[in-house]
Design a protein around this ligand. Sequence first.
Ligand code: KG4
Ligand code: ZN
Length: 352
Amino acid sequence: MLVLGIDSSCDETAAAVVRDGREQLSSVVASQAELHRRFGGVVPELACRAHVENYPWAVDEALRRAGVTLADIDGIAVTNRPGLVSALLVGVSAAKALALATGKPLVGVDHIVAHIHASCLLPGGGPEYPAVALVVSGGHTSLYLLRSPLENDLLGATLDDAAGETFDKVAQILRLPYPGGPSIDKAAREGDPSKFPLPRTQPRAKGADGEGALDFSFSGMKTAVLYRAFGQDARPETARTSDPLVPVADVCAGLQAAIADVLVQKTMAAVRKTGVRQVVLGGGVACNSELRKRMTEAGAARGLRVLIPPPALCTDNAAMVAVSGWFRLSAGERDGLDMDCHPRPVRAAARR
Ligand code: KG4
Ligand code: ZN
């Protein structure tokens, strides 16, 4: 079964063709990073205008690189949640138009679940179930127990900022280019994390059953970086007009180590709690070199199978959307042309 995937949930217009949920025939991403750079973040109106301009090319190019035509496609999968609604609407409208014109089945896909399904494109295949997944992106930091490809329980999530948002906001403080994650990762290579230690914030578990023990909190990191790098009486304006008192590389290395440490520690706590032997990592922050290294080491030390897709499959792409769509289509699921877009993810099963 050939599935055409489309994603326009944030600032990348993506299209891809995947065979049988595991073989990527093409993956095209029209990045808008340049467009949003001078604003230091995604400007929704600019993003959706760029999606309108880019998606016909992205779809054509994905089909061309896969060596197929629209007539060869068996189903169309599109991200319809979560994301910027105006941006989602462009991809969803495009997918509906293609479905209407060709009569091919259409399915909506949850972008967060798709980040998990990116691991199915690894040469050794996706996880065996059950597994624990950590999705770390610009908008989400969540731990799931995967019972099957389409059944997840939410184990924990950030109570405030997402990990990627923290990288992006600290990069702004340090006047490093947008998107912040890759800039910090690069600068950190020359840095020493021990020169800039940061607190590992742990939200307190509520009640005797430990509820909330797998939640995250990153919002204190920005202020911690501001005070430690620019002085205890620093204000956000201080960072705009003066240079940090410590080398930027050390700040980046310290931040990266602190975030990676918390993410790995909570993931391993989720593994202990659920007794699973497989861990899946997904989302843009999963490109982070320190996180990849620490998660791989922690998994090896415990004899776990750790699945970390290559960077191009961690950041936003439509191949993961095609995989997710394939799971839904194979299960006989379909959406109608009245399918909606939603800013929030599908409600995961009750927290455990
Ligand atoms: O999954 P993604 O491409 O888009 C969302 O769904 O949000 O994730 C984007 C996020 C951004 O916050 C970006 O700074 C972060 O992923 N990111 C990284 C790295 N590459 C991308 N964060 C840390 N280290 C990286 N190497
Ligand atoms: Zn994403």
